[in-house]
Structures are given as C-alpha cells and as structure tokens.
Design a protein around this ligand. Structure first.
Ligand SMILES: Cc1cc2nc3c(=O)[nH]c(=O)nc-3n(C[C@H](O)[C@H](O)[C@H](O)COP(=O)(O)O)c2cc1C
Ligand code: SF4
Ligand code: SF4
Length: 259
C-alpha cells in the first residue's frame, strides 16, 4: 500500500473529501483518527495524508493529539487537506510547524471550502450553493490527487495576512476554553433518549442520565452531537432552534458510527 489517508470529521465533509481522494489515488479506505487507540501511529507508507476540518481558525485538539502519536519511520511525502467554510487562515502553517516538531516535513498543504457546520453562526446555506461547493471541491480533489501522485512539493495554502494575524490571536485565546464550551449544549422536549448523540461523539464526552444526554466538559466542538441528532433536539445557546442542521448528504450516520 503506497498511500495512507487519515481523517477527522464531525459532519462528514472531511470523510467525503478523504473518500473521494482515496478513490482517485486508488488507495485503501481512509483511516479515522478518532478510532485510533494506540499511543503510537506508524507513518510508514510512501505517502501519508491528513484530512481534517479547520476549527476556530486553526488545528483542533484531536488533530494535535493525533500528531503527537506520529512515529515516522518511512513516509517521504506527507500532505494535508484543511477542510473549511471559507477561512483557512493560518491552519496549514500551524500544521507544518506541529509536524516539524515530529521531524516530519509537510510536503504540501491544500485547503478545500465546503458548507459550514458551525451552527452558532447559522445554517449551511442554500442547497444550490452547497452543490456548487461540492462540485468545486471535486475539481480540487482531482488536482490534489494529481499533485500527490507526482509527489509534488508545494507551499501550504493560507488565508490573507490580516486574517492570519487577527484570527490566530483568537485561536490562541480560545484554545484552552474549548473543552468547557459544551456548557452551552442543552436538549429540548423533542429528545426521545435514543443515545445517538453519545454514540456519535468522537470524544466520548456525552453520557446518558435518566434518558437525557449530559456533556462532561471534554468537548472538541465538532458539533456531531447536535448535527446528527435525528430529532434536532440538541441546541447550542439560544439561536440554534431556528437554524438548519447539516451533515454531508452522502455521509450517513452508520459511516460516522463506524469511524
Ligand atoms: C468549532 C468549529 C469551528 C470552525 N471554525 C472554522 C474556521 O475557523 N474557519 C472555517 O473556514 N471554517 C470553520 N468551521 C467550519 C468547518 O471547518 C467546516 O464546516 C468543515 O467543512 C467541517 O468539516 P467536517 O464535516 O469534516 O466536520 C468551524 C467548524 C466548527 C465546528
Ligand atoms: S440524539 Fe437527540 S434524541 Fe437522541 S438522545 Fe441525543 S438529544 Fe436525545
Ligand atoms: S460533545 Fe458534541 S461537540 Fe463536543 S466533541 Fe462530542 S459530539 Fe463533538
């Protein structure tokens, strides 16, 4: 096996990107980093890719924890795709530095814009616009596949300078507060106690008590629990009852539970 693709996802966009890329590269099914239990991840194929969503203008804690496990023995070509909703900012520059600490050179870093799953700022946008983003994403994935096949070394893609300065400051201010941000989650009367929110949480941050989910302040803010609740009963703050839910239309709950 020549290429291994790792991914992290909350609402399926990154899983879809990783799957499409794997098909174009004719390599094995992508590996979920949420499912990895070992403290050491061997990086020993010819090319290794990491596909993950941008959170708060940077690299999220679960992705940083995964990078900490990397154990480089062979991979000569390491690439990444930062899936985002239009503001990749400094994410891939930060990733390059994080990997350098593990003695891994990020050979190429690409960004792909997809619909937003950050529901506190509203829904994912009109379906027509979503379809346009998926089409553009497919085109970009083809270009990425060609670059990866050729083992092309490229500078990482990044947002404008103002964004990188301002939003990197926000990222640094917010990062340590993320696990406790789940105090804004609550459920409404539509909850039927099915427990899917707890099962889909990649951080095992939700426990069921008296047929209702309880968030335990180890949150990574992926919004899986809210976006995959079949009853749309999970709310975050006050505005989300009026906002449309989102997950990638081709990714199903069973794919999430598998990963
Ligand atoms: C907590 C959180 C923070 C986010 N921050 C950003 C951001 O800084 N820039 C951006 O473009 N998108 C941001 N997004 C949107 C996601 O990166 C985007 O919707 C991505 O496609 C989701 O991928 P997934 O479906 O694989 O989880 C954020 C989403 C979440 C949940
Ligand atoms: S997934 Fe929704 S309905 Fe099911 S237990 Fe969680 S909040 Fe309740
Ligand atoms: S509690 Fe919800 S938002 Fe937090 S990590 Fe779990 S699924 Fe993601």
């Amino acid at each position: 096996m020549d290429t291994t693709i790792f991914y992290y996802t909350g609402t399926g966009n990154s899983l879809w990107v990783a799957g499409k890329l794997a098909a174009k590269l004719n390599c094995a099914e992508p590996v979920s980093i949420s499912g990895l239990k070992s403290k050491s991840t061997a990086v020993d194929t010819g090319a290794v890719g990491l596909v993950f969503p941008v959170y708060i203008w940077g690299v999220s804690a679960p992705v940083i924890r995964f990078i900490d496990t990397l154990n480089r023995s062979q991979a000569g070509y390491f690439f990444a795709i930062a899936v985002n909703a239009g503001q990749v900012s400094n994410t891939l520059v930060q990733l390059k530095k994080l990997l350098a600490r593990k003695n891994i050179d990020l050979s190429a870093g690409f960004e792909i814009k997809m619909p937003s799953n950050y529901i506190p700022w509203g829904g994912p946008g009109p379906e027509e616009e979503q379809r346009r983003l998926f089409e553009l994403a497919e085109q970009k994935i083809s270009r990425i596949a060609a670059a990866v096949s050729d083992r092309r070394r490229l500078p990482v893609e990044k947002g404008p300078l103002w964004q990188r300065i301002l939003f990197t400051a926000f990222y640094k201010m917010t990062f340590s507060r993320v696990p406790g941000m789940d105090s804004k989650f609550h459920v409404d009367d539509k909850c039927n106690g099915c427990g899917i929110c707890a099962k889909v949480c990649p951080a095992a941050n939700i426990t069921m008590h008296g047929g209702r989910p309880v968030w335990n302040h180890r949150c990574d803010q992926c919004f899986s629990c809210l976006q995959w609740c079949p009853q749309e009963a999970v709310q975050y703050g006050k505005k989300t009852p009026g906002y449309k839910r989102y997950h990638h239309p081709e990714v199903k709950l069973k794919d999430m539970l598998k990963s």
